[in-house]
Design a protein around this ligand. Structure first.
Ligand code: GCB
Length: 676
C-alpha cells in the first residue's frame, strides 16, 4: 500500500521539483520508464564448470508483456517482484503465481506456439534459497540472454546486459537473502537498427534465457579467469590470470600433473599474474584431441579445466596447424538441434550436431553467425573438431553509432574470454557479408584490434562479400564467352551472348581465357584468412538471367558447366576460405529444377570442382548442415519459414548433396587430414 501511495506521489510530483503547476510536464506519464541499472561485471567469469555452482535451470514463470507495462516506476508497473495484493482492495495487474511455466535454458519462441513470431518483452521469475556463508561471494551467472536482459533480485535491478549470446555475471552478495530469493528477469528479444545484429537476419531471433543460469559461489578473494596457451615455438606454456581481492604479491599456482608442471606466479597491483613455463605437450589436433588436466589455484580458490594445446598460423596461402599444412574440411551450422525445435542449449545437442558433421568427413565447423553456448567449443575440443566462432556483425550495422560499437566490442570480448582455452577454436570471425564503406572499415578494424589484444593465439577472419556488382559483370562476360562453345545454349541464345560480348568491348574475355575471381575487399588486408561467401549456383544465376537477357534455365545449366572451369583467389597472398556456398532443396523433392535435391547436389558437384581447381582455397564450410528457421523464408509449401539450404532437414533426413560433400571430403581432400 505504502509503495502504491509512493508511486502515485511520484507521478504527482514528476516534473521539476517545486515548479508551479503550469510548468509541470506529464508527457512521460504513460511511457515505459528508463531504468538506471548497473552494467554486469565487465570481466567474464571463466572456468565456470569447475566452480561451486547452484543451477537455476528448470521451471520458471513467464509473463508476456509486449507493452512493457511491467517495468517498475511506470503507471502500470512493478513486475520486478512477486508481490501479492495485501488485501482484496489492492489492484495488481499481474501475477507470477498463476503465470505459465517456461523451461530454462531454452528460447521462449518454440516453447509456446503463440510466441513463435514474438519479438518483444517477457518477464521470467523464480525463487531460490541459498545456504549463505560469511566470507563467500555470490554471483548470478547467465550463459546468455537474448537480447536485452535486466536482472532484478529481491526487487532491486542489479544488472542489465544488452547484446545477447554471450555470458555475463553480477556479484549479488549484498542483495541476497537466505530463503525465498525472488529473481526476476526482464528480457526483450527485439532487434533494431542499432543492435548487433540488426532486426533483419536470416536466422530466428530466439529470445529469452536461452542458456544456463547459475548462482556461483566464490571465496572472498577469487580467480576471475585464466588463459593458458602454447607459445608459437611449441616449447612453453603462457599463462595469464585475473583475480579479485588478493594483496599484491599473493601467489597463484599453475598445476598440470601430466606435464610435471607446478609453477608459481605473483599477483600484481592490478590483480593479474603472468607466467611462462617450459613444456612440450602432446599437441591437440583432429583425430588426436589430446587434453590435459590443468588447475589454477590462489588462496582458497581453485579452478580446473581440461585444455588442449596447439598452434595455428599461416604461411603465404597455407594454413599451419601445429606447424603442418591443413585444409579445413568444414560445414556451417546454426545453433539449432537436430530433431527438436528451438535453440540448441545442451552439450548433448551440440554433440549430435557435430557428430553429423563428422559423418560428412568434416574436421571443421563454422559456428555461424553468433556465439553459441559454451558447450559448443567444449564438445568440439573433446571430439577434435576445429571451430570458427563468430560475432553477429551481419549485413548492415549502424557503423557510426557508438552504442552499437560498444555492443559489438562486448560480444567480442565476452566470447573470447569465455573460450580462449578451447583448442578447437582456431578462428575468431568478426563479420559476415558487410557491404563496403569507410565507417564499416573503421568499426571492424576496432574489433580486430580488440581480438588481437585479447588473444593472439588464433587467426582472425571475416566472411567477405566482395564487390558484388563488378563481380557479376565479370561473371556475366565470362559466362557469355563460355556459352559460345556450349551445346546448352540455343542458336538464338548464342546470338544474345555475342551481343553481350560485343557490348563488353575491351572488357570481353579473350577466347579460351580462364576465369579467376579475385577477392579484393580491403577488409582482406586486416584479416589472416580471407573468407568469402558465394552463391554462383543459386542467387547469381537468378540475377544474371535478366542481365544477360536469356532464360534462368539456360543460365543455371550453363553455370553448372562453367563453374568447374573457374578458379578463385584473393589479392592478399593469404589463405582463402570459402565460408559459404549452397543451394536450397526441400528434402524428398526430386527433379531437375530449383528446390530439388538433385539440383542442390548438382550445385555442390560444380562448386567442389571449382574449389579443387583453386589452389589458394584452403578451406570450405558450405551453407549449411541443417535446414534452419528463418523469418526471411516465407515460400509456402517449400520454405515455410525455414532456410532450405541444409544438407539434412530439421529432423536429420539427409539430402543427396550430403553424400556429394562426403565423397569430396573422403576423396579429393581426404589427404588433408593431418592426424599422425
Ligand atoms: C548468406 C548469409 C547467410 C544466409 C545465406 C542464404 O550469404 O551469410 O546468413 O542464410 O546467405 O541462405 O542466403
Amino acid at each position: 500500500m505504502i509503495r502504491t501511495l509512493m508511486l502515485l506521489l511520484a507521478f504527482l510530483c514528476s516534473g521539476t521539483a517545486g515548479a508551479v503547476a503550469s510548468e509541470k510536464d506529464d508527457s512521460a506519464l504513460f511511457l515505459t520508464p528508463e531504468l538506471d541499472v548497473p552494467a554486469p561485471d565487465p570481466a567474464v567469469m571463466g572456468w565456470i564448470d569447475s566452480r561451486n555452482t547452484t543451477s537455476l535451470n528448470g521451471s520458471w514463470k513467464l509473463l508476456v508483456d509486449p507493452m512493457k507495462v511491467g517495468t517498475p516506476g511506470g503507471f502500470f508497473g512493478g513486475w520486478a517482484t512477486t508481490r501479492e495484493p495485501v488485501d482484496e482492495f489492492q489492484l495488481l495487474e499481474y501475477s507470477y503465481s498463476d503465470a505459465a511455466d517456461i523451461r530454462v535454458p531454452g528460447d521462449f519462441n518454440t516453447q509456446r506456439e503463440d510466441l513463435i513470431f514474438y519479438r518483444d518483452t517477457v518477464w521470467y521469475q523464480r525463487f531460490f534459497d541459498v545456504d549463505q556463508q560469511a566470507d563467500r561471494r555470490y554471483h548470478l551467472w547467465f550463459g546468455g540472454a537474448n537480447f536485452d536482459a535486466t536482472v532484478f533480485l529481491n526487487g532491486t535491478p542489479v544488472a542489465r546486459h544488452t547484446g545477447g549470446y554471450v555470458p555475463f555475471s553480477v556479484d549479488v552478495t549484498s542483495q541476497l537473502e537466505t530463503v525465498g530469493n525472488d529473481l526476476v528477469i526482464r528480457v526483450n528479444n527485439r532487434l533494431g537498427d542499432a543492435t548487433v545484429p540488426t532486426e533483419r537476419t536470416d536466422w530466428w531471433p530466439y529470445g529469452g534465457l536461452t542458456r544456463d543460469v547459475m548462482l556461483v559461489t566464490t571465496p572472498e578473494q577469487y580467480i576471475v579467469n585464466a588463459k593458458v596457451t602454447l607459445a608459437p615455438e611449441r616449447n612453453a606454456l603462457v599463462t595469464t590470470v585475473a583475480t579479485r581481492g588478493f594483496e599484491a604479491g599473493a601467489e597463484v599456482i599453475l598445476t598440470i600433473p601430466e606435464l610435471d608442471v607446478e609453477a608459481a606466479m605473483q599477483i600484481d597491483e592490478r590483480g593479474e599474474a603472468e607466467l611462462r613455463v617450459g613444456a612440450e605437450p602432446e599437441l591437440w589436433q583432429p583425430g588426436a584431441p589430446r587434453r590435459y588436466a590443468v588447475a589454477v589455484a590462489a588462496g582458497d580458490d581453485r579452478i580446473e579445466d581440461r585444455i588442449g594445446f596447439r598452434t595455428i598460423a599461416t604461411d603465404g596461402t597455407t594454413i599451419l596447424l601445429n606447424g603442418e599444412p591443413i585444409k579445413f574440411k568444414g560445414i556451417s551450422t546454426h545453433e539449432e538441434p537436430i530433431g527438436r525445435e528451438g535453440v540448441a542449449y545442451s552439450e548433448a545437442d551440440m554433440r549430435v550436431l557435430f557428430e553429423e558433421a563428422e559423418r560428412l568427413g568434416a574436421n571443421f565447423v563454422r559456428a555461424a553467425h553468433y556465439p553459441y553456448s559454451r558447450h559448443a567449443a567444449r564438445v568440439a575440443d573433446e571430439m577434435g573438431i576445429l571451430l570458427w566462432e563468430e560475432v553477429p556483425i551481419y549485413w548492415n550495422i549502424a557503423w557510426e553509432n557508438a552504442a552499437t560499437l560498444d555492443i559489438a566490442r562486448d560480444q567480442v570480448a565476452r566470447l573470447i574470454e569465455r573460450d580462449w582455452n578451447r583448442a578447437s577454436v582456431v578462428i575468431w570471425s568478426v563479420a559476415n557479408e558487410t557491404p563496403y564503406s569507410r565507417s564499416r572499415m573503421q568499426f571492424i578494424e576496432r574489433l580486430i584490434d580488440d581480438v588481437r589484444a585479447l588473444d593472439n593465439s588464433r587467426l582472425v577472419s571475416a566472411a567477405l562479400l566482395g564487390d558484388t556488382r563488378r563481380e557479376l559483370q565479370r561473371v556475366a562476360a565470362h559466362l557469355a564467352a563460355y556459352a559460345r562453345g556450349s551445346a546448352l545454349a540455343s542458336v538464338e541464345e548464342k546470338a544474345i551472348f555475342e551481343r553481350v560480348l560485343a557490348a563488353a568491348g575491351d572488357q570481353a574475355p579473350e577466347p579460351g581465357a580462364g576465369f579467376k575471381l579475385v577477392i579484393d575487399d580491403p577488409l582482406g588486408s586486416l584479416v589472416d584468412i580471407v573468407s568469402y561467401n558465394q552463391y554462383f549456383g543459386w542467387y547469381y544465376s537468378r540475377y544474371l538471367a535478366p542481365e544477360l537477357g536469356v532464360s534462368e534455365q539456360t543460365v543455371r545449366k550453363l553455370m553448372l558447366e562453367f563453374m568447374p572451369t573457374m578458379t578463385m583467389g584473393t589479392a592478399f597472398g593469404k589463405p582463402m576460405f570459402i565460408s559459404e556456398f549452397g543451394a536450397g532443396a526441400k528434402a524428398g523433392m526430386r527433379g531437375v529444377g530449383v528446390w530439388t535435391e538433385d539440383y542442390q547436389a548438382a550445385v555442390y558437384r560444380a562448386q567442389l570442382a571449382m574449389l579443387a581447381n583453386s589452389p589458394e582455397v584452403q578451406g570450405v564450410t558450405p551453407w549449411i548442415l541443417k535446414d534452419f528457421r528463418a523469418m526471411l523464408r516465407t515460400l509456402p509449401g517449400i520454405q515455410d519459414y525455414r532456410n532450405r539450404k541444409g544438407l539434412i532437414d530439421q529432423n536429420g533426413r539427409r539430402k543427396l548433396a550430403f553424400y556429394v560433400l562426403r565423397d569430396f571430403y573422403h576423396g579429393p581432400w581426404a589427404s588433408s587430414h593431418v592426424a599422425h
